[in-house]
Design a protein around this ligand. Structure first.
Ligand code: KDG
Length: 339
């Protein structure tokens, strides 16, 4: 399970710094090598998050636990890295939850379109009992989930036209993540979606294999999609998170002290990562406009019409995922809205 046992009260040499001699490591901490891989690059808030994770783990372990970060899918895409964790060939990855849905259908709650209105609502669900229930499903698949990080609200870019209404999706060839709810939702809107691993997206856009893609602003900016996509439409059609995954094979070999260091670092770096993401998002639209993109807002009325177009998909997948879980999530969102 995810509970950290035997941590006792103190954390030994918890005040050790990165440069501390290895002898100062807290009790129960050995030399460890931790390979962390993500699909995004090091400027992206997720990249900054794993840099923070490295700093924290090395600090808390007195330099004994060494983290090596790999950006831009150099170790592979989300699915491949997740499999590498299951096989014990890689220690950590922080993928979108969406490609995990083929393995654990309940993660599909985060793929239902037009469910969250704000980041705060999403955080309340992710950091509450629904989020924990989903993390608890990972160990039987050889994975340990330590925290949710933020990817965020996804927006549409394309080379055809500004998208304001459901009709505007008509015929747009769209890359989606490898997730059937996304595929079905974009089909319902009249687009022509095709699933593709993240690392292939830029060249697919550049070579016009697809007309568009959808991702949070920070990704559109850090991956320079503005160079190959003239239109950005602020559809905010779905909020998808990242989940911080550790190989269970690796985790089970760690001492309780080492597990505590990993867990604390993943949670602390996650808080930092959400802040970086928030700041990045706040200025991304201006930056992308300055880089030449034509940006359009989508009115509440048109967002509502888009939601109506995908409602059959929401209904279908709410049943498949399990209506109890979906209802529990909706109740959590309502609670967060009243705050
Ligand atoms: O590092 C995460 C990326 O690999 C990926 O999850 C980004 O949202 C993403 C996408 O569109 O594939």
């Amino acid at each position: 399970g995810l509970l950290l046992m035997g941590c006792g009260g103190g954390n030994g040499g918890g005040s050790a710094t990165t440069n501390a001699p290895k002898g100062d490591a807290p009790a129960g901490v050995q030399e460890r090598k931790i390979k962390v891989g993500i699909g995004l690059n090091e400027d992206h808030p997720e990249g900054q998050g794993i840099k923070k994770f490295k700093e924290l783990v090395e600090q808390k372990s007195g330099g004994k636990m060494q983290v090596q970060n790999f950006f831009s899918a150099t170790l592979g895409d989300d699915q491949k890295m997740t499999e590498a964790l299951q096989g014990g060939l890689q220690e950590v990855t922080v993928p979108s939850t969406s490609p995990l849905v083929g393995m654990i259908k309940e993660y599909g709650v985060f793929d239902l379109p037009f469910v969250f209105n704000t980041e705060q609502e999403a955080h309340a669900v992710l950091d509450g009992p629904v989020g924990q229930k989903l993390l608890d499903k990972l160990p039987e698949h050889g994975l340990i989930g330590l925290a949710y990080w933020e990817n965020g609200f996804r927006n549409l870019t394309n080379s055809k036209r500004p998208v304001n209404t459901p009709q505007d999706f008509q015929g747009i060839k769209l890359r989606t993540m490898q997730n059937e709810i996304h595929l079905e939702a974009f089909k319902a809107l009249g687009a022509n979606p095709t699933p593709m691993a993240f690392s292939e997206v830029f060249s697919a856009l550049e070579g016009k294999t697809v007309d568009g893609q959808e991702n949070p602003l920070a990704t559109i900016k850090s991956n320079k999609y503005n160079e190959v996509q003239p239109y950005l439409s602020l559809t905010k059609h779905v909020y998808t998170p990242f989940v911080f995954l550790v190989s269970k094979k690796f985790w089970d070999g760690l001492s309780p002290e080492e597990q505590k260091i990993m867990k604390e670092a993943a949670v602390e770096a996650g808080k930092y990562q959400r802040e970086v993401n928030f700041k990045e998002n706040a200025k991304a639209v201006e930056d992308l406009k300055a880089a030449g993109m034509k940006v359009n807002e989508v009115s509440d009325e048109n967002r509502q019409k888009m939601k109506e177009a995908v409602q059959p998909v929401i209904d279908k997948y709410s049943k498949e995922i399990g209506e109890d879980l979906v209802n529990e999530m909706m109740a959590e969102i309502e609670k967060a809205r009243k705050k």
